[in-house]
Design a protein around this ligand. Structure first.
Ligand code: FAD
Length: 485
């Protein structure tokens, strides 16, 4: 338990999702330690991250794993003492499949060509041997290294334009679009390369080619270019699901004296010395604030503090999606499910974007002789799912799982999780918008904005955003910044 002195700073964190919890954990490590209060509108902490355990099933309502190559989560997990709970994807499931459409609505599930990462072919020979693309399509990708880089780098380019330019239309339609939509649930003709895939944008500039850039990257990371399986091994979760991270963070924060209040923050005001945080009918006072809520929620909260900042936040778009978790008796699915999951290109005319084979990836996700599959549906190009009932969403998913995986029976467990506005869209202009947001934020004293809407949606990036926002909130207030409020 931390001792609070009279002159201690008091930081209020609005939003108890991963970004807010990470901000609090960072603040507790500072000296002198501030007093920390988290205000969370729902009855639980964790935001979108939640694991449901029932009757032998372990169901993730949103994120089911994270990339362990960035240090933020691994270091946090180490500080919380739960490193032993981490589990990697089973070696036999360290690959993904792609639905390759054929005539008459039929098709076949094929492995993603070894070494192909999001937009970059790392190994050309296995790529040429894969049947995901036609011969012409494969040759077009093999020739990527001869496509000149854009002479004048434009400030931004859509993912679709970039991928078609470098890899050809067929590779975009059958490979890049489904790979990207599984992560961003975005419209690729609007998704900003600079914001969503800056690494590949830079590869073109630095190496003149994605093929060369990816080879270089792999040889630097692993000393070998055969890194496909190794990459899937970098995705980790917890033995008992992602909830372990949230529960451990919560008990760590509570035992260190962090106050957790269930209330909805409606507005912020700054009186020249302190922040006033409107929650319900009360006003709480704070020396600094971390706003770790979705940008669409942060916008009205900041309306009276900075109309410019509020307007920029309002312009970040969000898409909706649903995850349908389905349990089946093993014998009711003809496919061996020997992969982490599958992705489905839009040109296949199906409704699902992807499906994760949860029980193939990690142990303990399904009862004996059963399998757990999580299907993703919706996104920026299928806003119509918001109009469907859960039963209609389920029927759409079952139709697609029947044709792709040979599902023949009824599921023995169903859970539909709807995320109406939880997928921030990093559309064209996002990088410039975030620059402006950061400029407006910097003018305000001791205020930090955190969350997935800004500089990365993945769990490591969201933890990082919480830590950076906490540092902003605790920053000493300069007299010049005071005058600007
Ligand atoms: C369906 C889905 C699947 C995903 N899968 C993965 C994955 O596999 N791997 C990965 O790395 N990432 C994944 N992500 C991304 C990652 O989980 C999120 O980016 C991250 O958890 C977002 O955390 P956050 O704290 O920014 O926001 P949130 O989790 O949205 O938390 C915001 C919190 O603010 C609270 N709040 C809102 N309004 C108010 C208010 N007015 N007052 C007080 N509190 C308020 C909310 O109740 C919520 O608890 C996924 C995301 C989704 C939606």
């Amino acid at each position: 338990m931390v001792n609070h002195s009279k002159n201690q700073q008091h930081i209020i964190i609005v939003g108890g999702g991963l970004a807010g919890l990470s901000a609090a954990e960072w603040l507790l490590r500072q000296s002198p330690t501030p007093r920390v209060t988290i205000v969370e509108s729902s009855h639980r902490l964790g935001g979108v991250i939640e694991t449901v355990s029932r009757e032998g099933w372990l169901i993730e309502r949103s994120a089911d794993s994270f990339l362990s190559v960035r240090p933020e989560v691994i270091e946090l997990v180490g500080r919380l003492g739960i490193s032993k709970e981490l589990v990697s994807i089973h070696p036999e499931a360290r690959r993904a499949l792609i639905w390759s459409p054929r005539k008459n609505n039929s098709g076949v599930l094929l492995p993603i060509p070894p070494g192909f990462r999001l937009l970059a072919p790392g190994q050309i020979v296995p790529f040429l041997q894969s049947n995901v693309l036609s011969c012409l399509g494969r040759l077009r990708v093999a020739g990527e290294r001869f496509i000149p880089k854009q002479k004048k780098q434009c400030a931004d380019e859509s993912l679709e334009s970039f991928a078609v330019r470098r890899l050809g239309q067929e590779a975009f339609d059958k490979l890049v679009q489904p790979l990207v939509s599984g992560i961003w649930t975005a419209d690729p003709s609007r998704l900003s390369m600079a914001a969503a895939c800056p690494e590949f944008f830079k590869m073109e500039q630095d190496w003149g080619s994605l093929t060369r850039g990816e080879k270089k990257r792999i040889s630097q990371v692993n000393g070998s270019s055969d890194a496909s399986g190794a990459r899937y091994g970098q995705f980790v979760s917890f033995k008992y699901g992602m909830q372990t991270l949230i529960d451990t963070l919560e008990s760590h924060l509570r035992s260190a004296g962090v106050k957790i209040v269930q209330d909805k923050v409606s507005s912020l005001q700054y009186d020249g010395a302190e922040w006033q945080v409107a929650l319900g009918k009360q006003m709480a006072r704070a020396s600094g604030v971390v706003l770790a809520v979705p940008a669409s929620v942060a916008s009205p909260i900041l309306a009276t503090v900075s109309s410019e900042l509020s307007a920029e936040l309002r312009n970040i778009e969000f898409a909706g999606a649903a995850i349908v978790s389905l349990g089946f008796h093993r014998q009711e699915i003809t496919h061996p499910l020997s992969a982490a999951g599958m992705i489905v290109p839009r040109i296949a005319g199906k409704r699902i974007l992807a499906a994760s084979f949860s029980s193939s990836k990690f142990s303990g996700r399904a009862p004996a002789d059963s399998v757990l599959i999580r299907a993703f549906i919706g996104g920026a190009l299928d806003a119509g799912i918001a109009e469907l009932t859960d039963e209609e969403v389920l029927q759409e998913v079952l139709i697609d799982l029947k044709t792709t995986l040979g599902v023949c029976g009824r599921p023995i467990m169903v859970q539909v999780d709807r995320w109406h506005t939880s997928m921030p869209q990093y559309n064209l202009g996002h990088v410039e918008r975030i620059k402006r947001i950061r400029q407006f934020e910097a003018i305000l004293p001791s205020l930090g904005l955190a969350g997935s809407a800004y500089e990365g949606v993945g769990i490591p990036q969201v933890i990082h955003s919480g830590q950076v926002a906490a540092a902003q909130a605790i920053k000493q207030i300069s007299s010049s910044s005071n005058q600007n409020v």
